[in-house]
Design a protein around this ligand. Structure first.
Ligand SMILES: [Ca+2]
Ligand SMILES: [Ca+2]
Length: 198
């Protein structure tokens, strides 16, 4: 009789605990947002945890490669490569864990305009023709090459050739104009000319 009473009391206590005090298991529910979710790289993204429940650990994978990138609740991450990224957050506590995966959540592109050029060769002996190649990207409406950096344009072709007639170390400037931008790049002492007839 006493044993039954004890058992009844124990069950009652557990029931009260379960109903009133929430002693039942409560695994978390993962959730998050990010800003911005688009734009041009490089871009720093602020991730914000919106998980529900008593969270003890956060595991972020910013690029769905299976490698955890941050353990912070609200991390920042800088994307440097263009692409479409799936992001996942796994949260856990002693009662369990949950993962929120947002498929193709972030979409980043490269800025459409970019200036660069190269020359081949950059060291010449005597009167040697040098091939310049415009490596710029984007819609270019006009371009100007200054092979000796004297402020006077020497060519407006895309990939011109040029022969230096006087020994020296030359800085080369390429300027490009697009629909809504102007860019200029100078490579200092880029071309080395020796052995020209004096
Ligand atoms: Ca990762
Ligand atoms: Ca010039």
């Amino acid at each position: 009789m006493i044993i039954i009473k004890k058992a009844t009391i124990l069950v009652s206590i557990l029931l009260v605990c379960y109903v009133l005090l929430g002693c039942r298991a409560s695994p978390p529910i993962a959730g998050f947002t990010a800003t911005p979710t688009g734009g041009q790289v490089p871009v720093e993204v602020q991730f914000t945890d919106e998980s529900l429940g008593n969270i003890e650990t956060w595991q972020w994978d910013f690029n769905s490669d299976g490698v955890i990138d941050s353990l912070s609740p609200n991390p920042r991450f800088t994307y440097t490569k263009a692409g479409i990224f799936t992001v996942s957050l796994t949260v856990s506590n002693s009662d369990g864990q949950d993962t929120d995966t947002k498929l193709d959540y972030l979409r980043f592109t490269i800025h459409p305009c970019f200036i660069d050029f190269m020359a081949e060769p950059t060291r010449v002996e005597g009167l040697t023709e040098i091939q310049f190649t415009d490596l710029s990207r984007g819609k270019v409406t006009s371009r100007a090459w200054d092979f000796n950096n004297d402020g006077v344009t020497d060519s407006t072709e895309q990939n011109p050739t040029y022969t230096y007639k006087i020994d020296g170390d030359y800085s080369v400037t390429l300027s490009i104009i697009g629909p809504d931008y102007e860019l200029s790049l100078t490579k200092v002492n880029y071309i080395h000319v020796r052995g020209c007839p004096t």
